[in-house]
Design a protein around this ligand. Structure first.
Ligand SMILES: [Zn+2]
Length: 329
C-alpha cells in the first residue's frame, strides 16, 4: 500500500486514511494526545477513548464539533470505505497511546506512533504486532540512550524526595503537562510523600483517574506554602521556584538525562534517565519482533537509525520524517 510522508502527517492514499495529521483531513487516526501528533478539524477521527478525553480537554470544542469522532477499543477491527481494515493495538507511551494496524489487500502495515517497550509507570504495555511494513519513531535511536525500568526510576524519585525533605530542602520535579508530570505525581503519592502539583499537570489528573489510575493525597501548588513537600511543576515554572529564595533541589526525569552533559545542560542536581519513548535497544527489539522487512523511521535520529537497520538487520529501512519532539521526552 502506498505511504506518503508530509510535513503535516502520514498519508495512506490506498487505505483512505491519514496518520497523526496536524492539518485538517477527511479521515485521521490520532495515536495519542501529545499536541505534535493530535489536532482537531478533521472529517472523521479515530482514536482511543482516553485520547479523545484528553483532546476534549485541550482542543477548542468548535474544532471537534464538526468531526465524526470514533473511539476505538483495542482489537476491534473497523473497515474503511476503501476496504482497508484498521485495528488499534496497545502502545506504552502516555495513557491512551495506541499503535495502528492497517490491513489492505493482504499487506499488514503497523504505525507505532510514539512508543516504548519497557513497562511504563502509567498506561498500557506495548504489544508487538507482526507486520510487513513498520513505521516507527526514533526519538532516542542512538546506542547512548538506555533508560531505567519503571521500578528503578520510581525508586530514584522517591529516594531523592525523601533525602531532600529529610535535610529541610524542597524537591522539585520537572514534568511535562501530559504524561511525565502525572507519572511523577502518581509515584510520589503512592510512596506517601507529600506532593504539590502545578495546575497544568493537575488539570489532567482526573482524566487519568477515569482511565483507572488512582492519585491519592496530592494538593494543588501553593506559592505561599512550598516547604515540606515535593513540588511537581512544568519546566517553565522552574525559575519561579528557584527565585523563591527557598532551598530547592531540582530533579530531571527525562530520556535526555542519559546524556553525559545532561547535568550541565539541565542544571539539575538529580538526573533520572527515564522516558516515555523507547531507548535504542528497545527500538531494535520492537523492529525485530514485528518481523517487518520494510521500515520507515520518523522523528529524531531518523537517518542514523535507518542506516543501522540497513547495516545490522539488512532491512529496507529509510528515514521518513526529520524533526524532534517538542512536547515530551
Ligand atoms: Zn508523544
Amino acid at each position: 500500500m502506498r505511504v506518503e510522508f508530509h510535513p503535516t502527517g502520514i498519508h495512506l492514499p490506498d487505505a483512505g486514511l491519514w496518520l497523526d495529521s496536524i492539518a485538517p483531513v477527511a479521515v485521521n487516526w490520532i495515536s495519542h494526545a501529545h499536541s505534535d501528533h493530535s489536532r482537531g478539524g478533521h472529517g472523521r477521527i479515530f482514536a482511543s477513548p482516553e485520547t479523545i478525553r484528553f483532546l476534549r480537554l485541550r482542543e477548542d470544542e468548535q474544532l471537534l464539533a464538526g468531526s465524526a469522532i470514533e473511539p476505538m477499543a483495542c482489537d476491534q477491527p473497523v473497515e474503511l470505505p476503501t476496504g482497508a481494515i484498521i485495528t488499534a493495538k496497545p502502545a506504552a507511551h502516555i495513557t491512551g497511546a495506541r499503535q495502528l494496524l492497517v490491513e489492505f489487500r493482504g499487506e499488514r502495515l503497523v504505525y507505532t506512533g510514539d512508543i516504548k517497550l519497557q513497562k511504563p509507570l502509567l498506561g498500557a504495555e506495548t504489544e508487538i504486532v507482526p507486520c510487513d511494513h513498520l513505521i516507527i519513531e526514533s526519538t532516542f535511536g542512538l546506542p547512548v540512550y538506555r533508560f531505567l525500568t519503571r521500578e528503578a526510576a520510581a525508586e530514584r524519585m522517591v529516594r531523592f524526595a525523601r533525602e531532600c525533605l529529610d535535610d529541610g530542602s524542597i524537591p522539585v520535579f520537572l514534568g511535562y503537562p501530559l504524561g511525565r508530570g502525572q507519572e511523577v505525581v502518581h509515584t510520589l503519592c503512592e510512596a506517601g510523600i507529600p506532593t504539590a502539583v502545578h495546575g497544568a499537570i493537575a488539570r489532567l489528573i482526573p482524566a487519568h483517574e477515569e482511565s483507572g489510575h488512582r492519585f491519592r493525597g496530592w494538593e494543588p501548588y501553593d506559592a505561599a506554602n512550598i516547604t515540606g513537600k515535593a513540588q511537581v511543576v512544568t519546566p517553565s515554572f522552574r525559575n519561579t521556584l528557584e527565585a523563591s529564595g527557598k532551598p530547592v533541589r531540582i530533579a530531571y526525569v527525562s530520556g535526555w538525562a542519559a546524556l553525559d552533559n545532561a547535568r550541565a545542560r539541565s542544571g539539575a542536581e538529580e538526573l533520572i534517565p527515564y522516558s516515555d519513548h523507547a531507548g535504542f535497544e528497545e527500538l531494535l527489539d520492537i523492529v525485530d519482533g514485528t518481523g517487518a522487512r520494510r521500515v520507515d523511521v520518523t522523528h529524531g535520529y531518523t537517518e542514523t537509525f535507518a542506516r543501522i537497520l540497513r547495516e545490522r538487520r539488512n532491512l529496507d529501512a529509510r528515514a521518513a520524517l526529520a524533526g524532534v519532539h517538542v512536547e515530551d521526552d
